[in-house]
Design a protein around this ligand. Structure first.
Ligand code: AMP
Ligand code: ZN
Length: 134
């Protein structure tokens, strides 16, 4: 399979690994939002959150938690963002599930997404739809 993260996991492409166990690999993002920006990936290839088995996701989440604390404490960050993009429309470029752990500082100049307000009755309609989709 022509997957860049599978190649990193197989050791065919170099990476700066920060953590590895039987199921999970964490390595530095090659183009960091902030220094220490780390990607946490399952070793098995799953394209996105819909594909990964729940048991595998649990193992991945345990590592994401560890990496978040480590980048904060060891790099002198004040907090961190954990993000995961699902699908090209959401900004997913690499189709191998990965979580971004991005250390944050008060003065790093990053702004998150702009937010809007719901119109009259709109939130109720959306809640109905989401509930039906679960
Ligand atoms: P996404 O847009 O969520 O799919 O994120 C993909 C991320 O993978 C981007 O932040 C890239 O900078 C990163 N990336 C792509 N190729 C490599 C690589 N060879 N080593 C480390 N990170 C990479
Ligand atoms: Zn892959």
């Amino acid at each position: 399979m022509d997957c860049i993260f599978c190649k990193i996991i197989a050791g065919e492409i170099p990476s700066f690994k920060v953590y590895e166990d039987e199921n999970v690999l964490a390595f530095l993002d090659i183009a960091p939002v902030n220094p220490g920006h780390t990607l946490v990936v399952p070793k098995k290839h799953y394209e996105n959150m819909e594909e990964i088995l729940e048991a595998e996701l649990c193992k991945l989440t345990v590592v994401i938690k560890k990496i978040g604390k480590a980048v904060k404490d060891s790099l002198g960050a004040e907090g961190y963002n954990i993000t995961e993009n699902n699908g090209p429309v959401a900004g997913q470029i690499v189709p191998h599930l990965h979580f971004h752990v991005i250390p944050r500082r008060q003065d790093d100049g990053l702004k998150l997404w702009p937010q809007e307000k719901y119109g009259e009755g709109e939130a109720e309609e959306i809640v109905k739809k989401i509930k039906n989709g679960i």
